[in-house]
Design a protein around this ligand. Sequence first.
Ligand SMILES: Nc1ncnc2c1ncn2[C@@H]1O[C@H](COP(=O)(O)OP(=O)(O)O)[C@@H](O)[C@H]1O
Ligand SMILES: NC(=O)OP(=O)(O)O
Length: 322
Amino acid sequence: MTARKIVVALGGNAILAKDASAAAQQRALRETARYLVKFIQQGDSLIISHGNGPQVGNLLLQQAAGSSPDNPEMPLDTAVAMTQGSIGYWLQNAMAAELTALGLEIDVATVVTQVVVDENDPAFESPTKPIGPFYNSEEITTIKSANPDFHFVEDAGRGYRRVVPSPRPVDVVEAGAVNQLVNAGVIPIATGGGGVPVVRRGHELIGCEAVIDKDFASEKLAERVGADQLIILTAVDHVYVNFNTPEQQQLTTTSVDELQQYIADGQFAAGSMLPKVEAAIEFVTHRPEGQAVITSLSNLGNFIENGSGTIISTVSTESNIL
Ligand SMILES: Nc1ncnc2c1ncn2[C@@H]1O[C@H](COP(=O)(O)OP(=O)(O)O)[C@@H](O)[C@H]1O
Ligand SMILES: NC(=O)OP(=O)(O)O
């Protein structure tokens, strides 16, 4: 059997639950790596992507707190690149440890990845991507008085978070390099934090103030490298209809048409499950022979063993709701 090429996008809880220390994030990623090596053990080729919302927001706060005229704050595109470096380092270190423990000699390499966006994307005018910590209403009043251009949203009853523009990815600049690495047997870590957002001006790529959604960026990468599967790992083992209600039902196998109907019915929350479902639809629309999967890290073993999880494909299947 030829190796399948799989892009796995890691959700927030695979890296950071509550404790934002480097040690805690490294521990979480070691646990994550324990699951991811299962793909390698079954002979698949893996490309790993990850989010950075909490980390890039925290980094901006550290930058602001420690800056001076001689040591200025870095702009958001550079901060995204910095989180690709730090999370990529933790993840490649964790993967290498797990692979070595299994006696597998496989290289893992983080690729600082630039993702092209359209400078006329309307997303630049209406920030939606939450970054950094949660605040209460008194805290945001204080922050806004010092930073009048900052935007905040209330996030599912958990408090307020700063939001920044999140334009759609148009292209992944280093997709060719990532493809060469994976084809050569290396495990690349790429499009971390949605990729460093850049716009094309003539021959130049110019960084911009945004954080791209990592599910959309991973989808674009999966398309560009011709992946067989896009696996989006989050906190839930399945996508649900009537989520969090007594009528909640899990989706096991589903089609683009069925998901589009559920989107029209408002079944998936904007900013959380909706982008994942939209990314899955986009992937199988561009790669009709491919498959998108949405499940949790802790369910990955079940997915690998018996296909447990929400599986989206263009191949006509009986709609399967449990
Ligand atoms: N219809 C739905 N089915 C499953 N989960 C949903 C649904 N609508 C909203 N969610 C929520 O979306 C969350 C995933 O989004 P989010 O937490 O933003 O992802 P990430 O893991 O990338 O950080 C789930 O943990 C769940 O709480
Ligand atoms: N860039 C991004 O989508 O990060 P999160 O998944 O952490 O929000």
